[in-house]
Design a protein around this ligand. Structure first.
Ligand code: GLN
Length: 501
């Protein structure tokens, strides 16, 4: 592998600016790396080599002509396939969208293109972002670069695996219940779920509109901040977009890297540790807490009693919203259309045949759950109750943030499990997100920072949560932890991953 693909995006951007390397060289290095590792990893559903190189050539020409460019201009990026990209397939990991080429760009893609970042391709994911392992993709499994027999997390396993395998310096993920942070934890990468409304949802293929957020998947905390700054901020095309400037996430990451957390109050969530968490995950978590204390933080324990019910509430609210969002895949408007094998070709029968053939088992399961939870007579008992629990969780966060600046927990209870291990047990699969889901229900931001290897030699993640619109705190604490850990390890965690390709 060429050394170019091992650079952080921030360092690569510096080298591009200084003229030490061209965007064509960097982009070609990544395309070569993709060709070398994709047979083993399968992080991508679509690689857009020609288009990426064309953007790179254009950037190099503009730079040579002295044009003022965005700091990330020329740095390649991969995009999760749930984000629509004009002229480039966007399947959301589903058969029902096979062959659909969107006629427009998501707002965040517009911003990436405006910054002149070459788009390497679209990454694999669980169908419609439902899952924690990427095994629910209709297009095959993605393999964890740390151990090819294991899952890369989900739903954004493709983005995380691409970044961990040095097959992209940056990637976009989406996080509805943990799909950026949990893949980050199990692949040794950094993942950020911004505050709800902090990054435009315009052009995301919606899973659960009140929970979905797009965010960065990277190898360093600073890289996430740089990408967050680019894609974040107000967008009039998303009615839930926050009409205020983004906090200074890049400044916070740079400040955090200096390693001083004096006066920062850190709350350890009592309910998000202990039983059910793998001993190695718990041990790394406690070591990281010591590092935060050494950096000057005040670490206290905080109770969020309703977090216990977060998973149950999420699996009513999410299916309810998803069942409504997925109603548009009817065999008429997008992608797949299947006609009934016999009998009349009515709209309803085409719809049934298309949805029967086009959706996978997990998607069908959630549509059935969601329509049931919303049906007359059951609404109050299920959906209505779940919304009340959601309010209680929001109040737990509010009370906790009266006492502390950030909350922390392990990102995921275990390291990457074996492919196939939990495929037939939806509840076991859902449990992976116990620690990440509360943030989505409350709309608060969260980051996962790689904080070591468990006893099985696989990466684990440390989660930091902050109040809504205080995303900068994630970066300050995350960068301080990253700096302390790398000083101890003598380099990034990913240096210890097995060599591929
Ligand atoms: N794993 C969770 C689920 O299956 C989260 C998914 C997500 O964040 N998109 O719903």
């Amino acid at each position: 592998m060429t050394e170019l693909t091992r650079l952080s995006a921030a360092v690569l951007a510096e080298k591009l600016r200084a003229g030490e390397v061209s965007s064509v060289e960097a982009t070609q290095a990544y395309l070569d790396r993709i060709a070398a590792v994709e047979p083993a990893v399968h992080a991508y559903l679509h690689v857009s080599a020609q288009e990426a190189l064309a953007t790179a050539r254009d950037v190099d020409e503009r730079r040579a002509a002295g044009e003022e460019l965005h700091p990330l201009a020329g740095v390649p990026i991969a995009v999760k396939d749930v984000v629509v990209t004009q002229g480039m397939p966007s399947t959301a990991g589903s058969k029902i969208l096979e062959g659909w080429v969107p006629p427009y760009d998501a707002t965040l893609v517009e911003r990436i293109r405006a910054a002149r970042m070459p788009i390497l391709g679209k990454t694999n994911m669980d169908e419609f972002a439902m899952g924690s392992s990427t095994e629910h993709s209709a297009y095959g499994n993605t393999h964890n670069p740390w151990d090819l027999d294991r899952i890369p997390g989900g739903s954004g396993g493709g983005s995380a695996a691409a970044v961990a395998a040095f097959a992209a310096p940056l990637a976009i993920g989406t996080d509805t219940g943990g799909s950026i942070r949990q893949p980050g934890a199990v692949t040794g990468t950094v993942g950020v779920k911004p505050t709800y409304g902090g990054v435009s949802r315009y052009g995301l293929i919606a899973l659960a509109s009140s929970l979905d957020q797009a965010g960065p998947v990277t190898r360093t905390v600073l890289d996430s901040a740089l990408l967050h700054e680019l894609i974040g901020g107000h967008d009039p095309r998303d009615s839930t977009s926050i009409p205020e400037p983004l906090p200074d996430v890049v400044g916070a990451a740079r400040q955090g890297a200096l390693g001083d957390l004096t006066g920062v109050r850190v709350g350890v969530v009592e309910q998000l540790q202990g039983e059910g968490y793998q001993p190695g995950v718990q041990a790394r978590f406690e070591e990281s807490l010591e590092l935060l204390k050494e950096a000057g933080a005040d670490v206290v324990e905080v109770s969020c009693p309703h977090f216990e019910y977060a998973l149950a509430a999420y699996y009513l609210i999410l299916p309810a919203e998803a069942s409504s969002n997925l109603a548009k895949f009817d065999g008429m408007r997008f992608g797949l259309r299947v006609e009934p094998e016999e009998g009349p070709v009515t709209a309803e029968r085409v719809m049934a045949a298309t949805r029967g053939a086009g959706f996978g088992d997990e998607v069908k399961r959630r549509i059935i759950l969601g329509t049931y939870a919303l049906s007359a007579g059951y609404y109050d008992a299920y959906y209505g109750s779940a919304q009340k629990v959601r309010t209680l969780i929001q109040r737990d966060f509010a009370a906790a943030f009266d006492q502390v600046d950030v909350l922390v927990s392990p990102t995921a209870p275990t390291t990457a499990f074996k492919l196939g291990e939990k495929l037939d047990d939806p509840l076991a699969m859902y449990l992976n997100d116990v620690a990440t889901i509360p943030a989505n229900l409350a709309g608060v931001p969260g980051i996962s920072v790689p904080n070591g290897l468990s006893d099985d030699g696989l990466p684990v993640g440390f989660q930091v949560l902050a109040p809504a619109k205080a995303d900068d705190r994630l970066y300050r604490v995350g960068a301080a932890l990253e700096a302390a850990l790398e000083a101890r390890w003598g380099g990034p965690l990913l240096d210890r991953a097995p060599e591929l390709g």
